[in-house]
Design a protein around this ligand. Sequence first.
Ligand code: AGP
Length: 592
Amino acid sequence: MCGIIGCVLKDDEAVPVLLECLGKLEYRGYDSVGIAISANGIKVIKDQSKIHQFAKNPDLNELSGKSGIAHVRWATHGTPIKENAHPHTDCNNRIAVVHNGIIENFKELRVELQNSGHTFTSNTDTEVIPHLIEKYLDEGQNLEEAIYSTTQKLKGAYALAIMFVDEPNKIIGIRKESPLIVGKGNGENFLTSDVSAILSHTDQVIYLDNMEMAILDGNGVTIKNLDGDSITKEIHTIEWSAEMAEKQGFDHFMLKEIHEQPNAVKQTLMEADEINNIIKKFPKFNKISFVACGTSYHASLVGKYLFETLTGVPTDVILASEFEYSASTLNENTLVILISQSGETADTLKALRIANKKSHTLVIVNVVGSTATREADDVIITRAGPEIGVAATKTYVSQLTVIYLMAILMGGNDDLLKTLENMPDYMEEALKTEDQIKEIAGKYSKKTDFFFIGRGYSYPTAIEGALKLKEITYIHAEGYAAGELKHGPLALIDDDVPVVAVIPPGISRDKTLSNMEEVKARNAHVIALGSSADETLKSESDEFIGLPNEINEMFSPLPYVIPMQLLSYYISVERGLDPDKPKNLAKCVTVE
Ligand code: AGP
């Protein structure tokens, strides 16, 4: 949800370096893009375009400087037009600001500033920030004081990178709720929303906490607290390599990340000892609540079935955006498990803060150092590596792996560990369906509605399949518990609505097969996923995707999601879309 980057370098390469880093942040927003460079004044170039188009702007060739700030936008306030693109400046072009977050009280601030003579050129919430800094500078404050005074006026969330014409080659960053990370390189220092943007420059980072200010200049980096005192912060070494954030020969990040899933599960399985250490310290909980959004919510649903089956502890699953309305029964006997790929999702962070007040909290997160990892009581890191495609794939199976490990270890069912360890091999088998799925995608890519059905452990797989299809193909898709179809949605089924039926071997197989027959009786085309030994399913479905018979229902969410992801991916490509950058969406949703 917007990506910001700033750099202070030892040579005049700020433009190419910022463009390169911006490319890595594009998953955070791609409505518009902009850059400001300090070179005999502040020069701003911005446009409503994708980064690769923007990089061809001949005006950029005229720009050269050691320091600059840049931004990719995912619009919240103000349509995605050039005027609303960042950086935003004050009345006299002396201050430039890039912002990730939302300023909730911007309307009042804007009126106040306009009444005192400030002129605005955009409809964004962000533009009040350079004007406020301008106001405080005019009142005689120095730059740092003016930035602190400005933040005192702002309500909402922000990560800011700021330049001032009188102090060239200095970039100041400050954050509240939105992520901002300092990268310390060799004679080059960075501010970034996400470490993956700077991996080719440095692996040394400092995670800024709320209201800490980072000052980057020719001398290095200084971090100050709200009182203006310099503070010492821990420098972390990032384990991800620059190569991990590249496409490595795949057409899209999403396809690469789908193929990385067996390895993501293997890497995450290595966290078993760490997970065991965490759960050994737990007191006895009488309730578990999972809290998450989107795909992470679907992983949580698998968690409900698993925890109730393997630990016997009553478990519920709550959408993070609904959590504040249903948190009244929280107490110290509840374990709240929040799942988030990014660790920065605003809804999940809000739920975490509510839960922290009353219960023990555990977060399952992919991004080391993200806000969630710094606020929860316990943290488990999924070892998926950087996920760039907006549609979550390998982080989903890594989240599932942590959930399986936790449920197995907490329930004392260690004999199931061997079954879990076999899953990467079955996932490799599932990837072999790729050519068949590409063909199916070709046949069904022009449909306008899909249903995905499953029962028990296959219900989350069905709704995750539907979410993937909606996200990257823009086809309307409904994920449904198979048994619920007859309570309404069956009215929508006809020969033009394909139904994807998830039917692994297990106790739910016969009933879901009956539900499949019900949609067939309404002339639906059925794409079925099941055991390759299931002859009935094979003969009854229009398209049959067979997976190894050894995969039982309980573990099916791991391999069975792969054909779902591939189906959405190939339909998206077939429709001429970019699966990595679906319209209206961003990878990391830092607004409520
Ligand atoms: C998944 O494909 C989506 N992009 C989205 O639903 C995502 O899972 C959701 O926004 C939650 O993000 P998080 O895991 O980073 O908290």
